[in-house]
Design a binder for this molecule. Sequence first.
Ligand code: ADP
Ligand code: MG
Length: 771
Amino acid sequence: MERRRARDRALEAGAMSASAVVPRPDPAKTRRPLADDLTTLRLGGMSCAGCAGRIERAVRDANGVTEAHVNFAAATLGVRVEGGASTLESVAHLVRGMGFEVQTTKPSPAARGESVDGGIDAFAEPEDPTERELIWLEVRLAVAGFFAMTAMLPSIVVYLGAVDASDARALYYLAIASGALTTPVVFFSGWPFISRAIRSVRHLSPGMDLLVASGALSAFSYSVVALARGSSDVYFDTAGGIVTFLLLGRLVERLARKRSVSAVQLLHALSPPFAHLVDDTARTREVATKSVVVGARVEVRPGERIPLDGRVLSGESSVDRSVITGESMPVAIVAGACVEAGALNQVGVIVLEVTRVVGERALDRVAQAVERLLGRRAPMQALADRVAASLTALVLGIAVLVAVLGLFVFDDAALAMNRAVAVLVVACPCALGLATPMAVLVAAGHAASRGVLFRDAETLERAAEVTTVFFDKTGTLTEGQPAVIEVRPNEGYGRVEVLTLAALAERGSEHPIARAICAAAPPSTPTEGTTRVVPGAGTGFRGMDGRRVWVGTRAFLESVGVSGVVDPVTRSTVAHVALESTWIGAIVVSDPLRAGARRAVDALRARGLRLALLTGDRVEVADDIAGAIGIKDVHAACSPNDKARLVEQASRRGEIVAFVGDGLNDGPALAAAEVGIAVEGATDVAAAAAGMALRAGGIERLVEALDLARATRRVMRQNLAWAFAYNALAIPAAIAGLVSPAFAALAMAASSLSVVANSLRLSRLTSRENV
Ligand code: ADP
Ligand code: MG
């Protein structure tokens, strides 16, 4: 009696520790609150990071908006709103009022509370403002190029001596011609700058458009006034040059950005819009993929992409998962196999039973993860954004000062105008605003295509600083698909009996050992009862008849009052089984090392990282695994909280710890680590607690992921350093009259282009070690 109560307490404690160690509810079971996901809207018309900041501030202040992030590089606005679709509409209205385009989304399923794919919806919309913007940009640039070129002809005519330079009358007519030709350049091609500049003044939030527009308009109006006074001392070509060069720079930048954004959008393109639904009469019908529900049967023909996650009911084929996981080997599939949306079905016709619908598929999670990553700013960017925000006002001030000085001190209106305009144009903080978002954009797309997901830019930055990597054993260093190799029954019990009883308790557990035991046990009808899982220790089961079965470590069984436990002589993992308080046997399980684990560990060590193995398994098993891969620092028989404590201790010593794990029991350690990394096959809880997920290739991909993080940080720093240096040098040079206004426009465009080009290098990165 007394003992039974002790056991109940243990079960209760187990249940408590289970809930205490799980940092968030299992997302697979409880639908995430809708507000947890940002809705992503696409934006058009942003000319500079300054615009991004203005939109963000305005939206954040709007009613019902709890969070807003604008990503200039990806041209997206991530908002979290209360009040659903109507609030989104008013946000869109607000943004349009500021002179930007925003993609009109029909009320997404997310807003109606059906699914959580608001972001997906926004992307699936055919009307894409960035596309339209690009076409307009090309038209405006073509017009600007043509007229700005012809507007230079008069000067060339004079230069070539076709017109006598002393013929004032001829020069005056040429100046008028130049003015006439420049007018469409400034007022048609340059109209986006001008209109947004006017609106920015109205909203009291001056940005780069104001700088450019006032630059071009100053040169233009200065020249018109000169003409009116009968002078032919005009600077129309300056005005035309500013607009043309800036449009040119913008176009090239936009094209480069489009390339990397499409790596992200590719994820959406992977999902076929239609599916072949199989009805009860075995006939197929084409339906929208979105309308397919869980449990429906869907046929996938050779050469088609799989539309929804599901289990194969019939047919044999092989699928290419490379676009989702980066793994290039096709995988053979037969009935019973699970397949993911986005994978390419290669040879046979297969019929699936749908297990996850649009919005909840693995593919959608990747897309959501990437959007989330793009939706928030890298911490490193904070200073650059602050500088960019105040630079506009500062530059306007400097330009006015330069103009005043030129006019009144040097008494030279042309000099005053030229220098002030050069200052206005050269100083746009475009490169500053692009510095880290562009690097993150490229890195996110590249990483996702290699099966690596980062939760946010901060994690990406943190991952670059990691000094220490702690590994969980099961499923991380090992295959995680253990097999029962031996059953050692206690006297009076049979092998089958031990396995059958153990399977009873293990059916409710997600642990790899549980799966192995269930697979090895003879098939039986499920017995009703309650199961309690104690992470890192084992499981307990109480049947309807009150009978209890325990499976787990020796310590766990002893803690619930089981006596007489005998450890078998083995260096493999052992699960002990007890019926009530009697030990009835041990099940020996082996879990081979992952093929690439040794190489990955070597590669990590070569990068100067401190490595350690943290496991809940026995010392013997831990030592063998650690010995096989060359890790010296081993901690065995750790509870989930021990693992978290070890992580915290290392953090306190100043180490930046990455914890790599897969299971329920790794939740606390994943959450405690600076960078929690969930490996392939990780449970949802582990993935939710982690900052980074390796969707394929296990820890072999870790090396590549950390390399990418380091390279991204390097590129961010280079970009920031370059952008700061550019602004720090360009402004004084313009004040000193060292750069002409048109050259300033060229330099400005070149500076943001170089940031874009530098970031694009990240997409070509593959691991040096190629593990
Ligand atoms: P690791 O740290 O290697 O991932 P865990 O922390 O998941 O291992 O588990 C530690 C030990 O607890 C296992 O080696 C196993 O002996 C025991 N254990 C945990 N869960 C179970 C279970 N469901 N069934 C049997 N044994 C379990
Ligand atoms: Mg584990």
